[in-house]
Design a protein around this ligand. Sequence first.
Ligand SMILES: [Zn+2]
Ligand SMILES: [Zn+2]
Length: 340
Amino acid sequence: MTKMLAAVYEGPNTVGVKEVEVPRPAPGEALIRVAYAGICGSDMLIYRGGHPRVKPPLIMGHEFAGTIVDVNTTGTDLKPGDQVVVEPLLSCGRCEACRTGNYHVCQTLGLLGIDRDGGFAEYVTAAVDKIYKVPATLSPDVAALVEPVAVAVHAVRRSNVKVGDRVVVLGAGPIGQLVTQVLLAAGAGQVLVSELGEGRRKRVAELGVTTIDPAVCDPVVEVKKATGGTGADVVFEVVGAAPTTAQVVAMAKVRGEVVFVGIGARPLPLDLQNVSFKEQNLVGTRVYSFRDYEIALGLLATGKIRPELVVTHRLPLTEVQYGFDLMAEGDAALKILLKP
Ligand SMILES: [Zn+2]
Ligand SMILES: [Zn+2]
């Protein structure tokens, strides 16, 4: 076992499936055989050449589940054969954020699959303290969803959502769909989801939520109508685009809250005048941390998240290129899982 197949990002719009060396676990790390790895929106950003930190060649993939093959430390109870997932965060351990328990917003935060080789391969290495054992009731294709579910769990736990609240989710891609599922698990009373894609609206509607097509009606007007003119208690922005950020303040009620989940690399407009007039709270969110991962695993293991509404494709790793083509088409593909 010295060579393995991996999907290697080689430059903008170029990903090659090739034989590379199996990585060796450094002290404190374990070697994992990957069962399934999900393609994320940020992998799409890398693939298009738009990720500022990525230097090719790189094995992408930060959402994966697998089995322990080898452990290079005695300070763990992990052993070969254990089914695991990995929290892919790389933190410095020295900055103020790290030292105050907020390693997920480390000043130099990196990720497996972005800043070092990740899980679009037969094998990957990870630090043992970032590895979580998977409950026996979880199959590896469902366990591979833990990372995006943890993003949704983190966003909802950062919010002030209370049982019975009226909530808006802008965007029903994989994360918007999972935020909606976690909100329902958290007891939100009424969830309105605004989404342009017809296929995505249909999928999220299976959760029993009300959907809004922003191409045919004004989402702000619809939210006002649905809340008796008051506005939503909490609005989750999960698109990261100018048209949606322009709506959030008008949709949220006086003293309501806006949670930003979809914000990417570009600055976006926000109606700060009305943030002040309405005394609203704005909440930023970035990735997840230890408890979010545990909670996400628990929600998946107890059936409180419906994976079949999120996973649209399972492809062999060798079809990674087709996976990116599907992602580029948008509406039909939510989460695509690769199987090495
Ligand atoms: Zn991701
Ligand atoms: Zn740090």
